[in-house]
Design a binder for this molecule. Structure first.
Ligand SMILES: [Zn+2]
Length: 131
């Protein structure tokens, strides 16, 4: 929700149906979500997160399992994980990168962190594949 001063309220929620959810359960959920309306509007009306959960699920018996989680923007990527990714592209492709570019720069899809691989590092990975 935006006004002349910028973002007034913003939020989101994720609902994940369990494997045994019936089509009827999902239809009920979809109806409740539609009737609940925009989350920014509910936040602007100062509804608590539990009240919002009750509205969007249509379930008055919503139980809060844990309320002390501090969400953080954090990515678990690492050079090691990028190496594993590079290994999966295969021997030929890696040889091609070494020959044509002599280096590689990988960018994490989630956090945009860049990882540089030198020719020597790529050749080391190639040796790992060849083993
Ligand atoms: Zn990342």
């Amino acid at each position: 929700m935006v006004d002349k001063d910028g973002v007034r309220k913003s939020g989101g929620y994720l609902i994940n149906a369990m494997p045994d959810a019936s089509n009827e359960d999902i239809s009920k959920l979809e109806k409740a979500i539609f009737e609940a309306g925009a989350i920014s509007k509910m936040l602007n009306e100062n509804l608590t997160l539990k009240e919002i959960a009750i509205k969007v699920t249509g379930d008055k018996n919503v139980k809060v399992i844990q309320d002390d989680i501090e969400p953080v923007y954090k990515c678990n990527c690492s050079k090691q994980k990028m190496e594993e990714g590079l290994i999966t592209i295969g021997k030929e492709e890696l040889q091609k990168i070494i020959k044509e570019d002599g280096k590689a720069e990988l960018v994490c899809h989630f956090c945009n962190k860049k990882y540089d691989f030198s020719k020597e590092e790529l050749e080391e990975l190639l040796k790992k594949i060849e083993k």
